[in-house]
Design a protein around this ligand. Structure first.
Ligand SMILES: [Zn+2]
Length: 162
């Protein structure tokens, strides 16, 4: 069915501040400016109620993705502290005592927490590519990867001898 310009956007009846475009419920294609209700990407016929449902779902996903940035930042700091504790504990442990065990235990716990927080980045990956660009707080891919790698390394280093 042919549509007037802007019709598909009006179907979403936005009631929030951000200017998110309508999205294909099947493939996530950005339907801004679409002139029919057939998705140009996958051919799906988009219904008005689906547009509204997808708009609400996307808004919730984007909120969770915005929070993910903060969680990843905290995870990175926790992992850094864990790395310092692990190294300090091991260095002090050359004279014996409980320092190396304590350092490894705290390093492992910090690695676990860091990994959980770093994996919050998956929330960003669940967004369609165009929606990632609409985030107010742009996702920091490098920090997310660094947090996940550092945290996983800590958990391994807490167990192996080095
Ligand atoms: Zn589609």
């Amino acid at each position: 069915m042919p549509l007037e310009p802007g019709h598909i956007e009006r179907m979403a009846e936005y009631d929030w501040q951000s200017n998110l475009p309508p999205m294909c419920p099947k493939c996530g294609y950005n339907l801004r400016g679409a002139t029919t209700n057939r998705c140009p990407e996958c051919g799906y016929i988009v219904l008005s109620k689906e547009i509204k449902r997808e708009a609400a779902k996307l808004q919730a996903l984007m909120q969770r993705a915005e929070e993910a940035n903060d969680l990843v930042g905290i995870g990175f700091k926790v992992a850094l502290v864990g790395a310092v504790l692990l190294v300090v504990g091991t260095v002090l442990g050359t004279q014996g005592g409980t320092a190396p065990i304590l350092g490894r235990l705290l390093g492992f716990i910090a690695g676990f927490i860091g990994l959980c927080l770093g994996l919050a980045y998956v929330r960003v990956l669940r967004l369609p590519h165009w929606a990632r660009d609409e985030l107010k707080n742009p996702p920091n891919n490098g920090l997310a990867i660094a947090t996940i790698v550092l945290s996983a390394a800590l958990m391994v280093l807490a167990f192996v001898n080095w």
